[in-house]
Design a protein around this ligand. Structure first.
Ligand code: PGA
Length: 259
């Protein structure tokens, strides 16, 4: 881990799982299991309904709290939506933006994601922008084009100085929840592409400092080789973040030499 120039981040996306009590139990077990002196960062993204209580349970630890989504509006007549100020009030410092489930199931476009990302930055929240291609797009050699459209669409109108905290998560849709992870080489290729794109859109300095997480069926038994890739700065973990033991093993990944 010390070999990485960028601080690693292992994040759990709990999706639509867990009552508040179950969330607090899981958060507490993870908190108690992170080894003292852990050099990376750990983050969890519970449901909105658990945020306040998980924030209280995480007090005294360095674990970061994220929401899984938020509105781009500050307040008003938007039934069912949750405002940036409300997730901050609940203790969040980070927010997932544009998760593929938001895109595909809830119809979020790059325009909507652009507005959410801008709102996050305006409110001092760190956006974790999720991008990734479907299987059909990969098989028809459109992966890079899709990544470029999603990244540049989300960031349109943003200036480099606004983006110093930005985190991108590369999550190939075909690997999410399928048990089929990208190979370490596929992840590395996509991460390099995204980093170079950020360099072209902004500056090499921004690109070098920007953390890019891999997501899609990260588990205890594949995290080590994925994290060993030089441009993989962390993981966004869904299913395998729902059990403390497994998630703790992922948090304490070992970088292994794969080549
Ligand atoms: P998964 O989900 O680890 O269950 O594949 C990852 C994600 O959707 O962030």
């Amino acid at each position: 881990m010390a070999s990485k120039m960028r601080k690693t981040l292992i994040a759990g996306n709990w999706k639509m799982h867990n009552t508040a009590k179950e969330s607090v139990d899981l958060a507490s077990s993870v908190k108690n299991g992170v080894r003292p002196g852990y050099a990376g960062q750990v983050m969890m993204a519970p449901s909105f309904t658990s945020l306040h209580q998980v924030a209280a349970a995480l007090k005294g630890s360095d674990i970061l709290l994220a929401a899984q989504d938020m509105s781009w509006e500050d307040k008003g007549a938007f039934t069912g939506a949750v405002a940036p100020g409300q997730i901050k009030d609940a203790g969040c410092t980070h927010v997932l933006i544009g998760h593929s489930e938001r895109r595909s199931i809830f119809g979020e476009s790059d325009q909507v994601i652009n507005k959410k990302l801008a709102a996050a930055l305006r409110h001092g929240l760190v956006p974790v922008l999720c991008v990734g291609e479907t299987l059909a797009e990969r098989e028809s050699q459109k992966t890079y084009r899709v990544l470029e459209t999603q990244v540049s669409g989300a960031l349109a109108g943003r200036k480099a100085e606004e983006l110093s905290t930005l985190i991108i998560a590369y999550e190939p849709v075909w690997a999410i929840g399928t048990g089929k992870n990208a190979t370490p080489d596929q992840a590395q290729d996509a991460h390099i592409f995204i980093r170079k794109l950020a360099g072209r859109l902004y500056s090499p300095a921004l690109a070098d400092g920007m953390r890019i997480l891999y997501g899609g069926s990260v588990k205890a038994d594949n995290v080590d080789e994925i994290m060993a890739q030089p441009d993989v700065d962390g993981a966004l973990v869904g299913g395998a973040s729902l059990k403390a033991d497994g998630f703790l093993r992922i948090i304490h990944f070992q970088e292994v030499i794969t080549k």
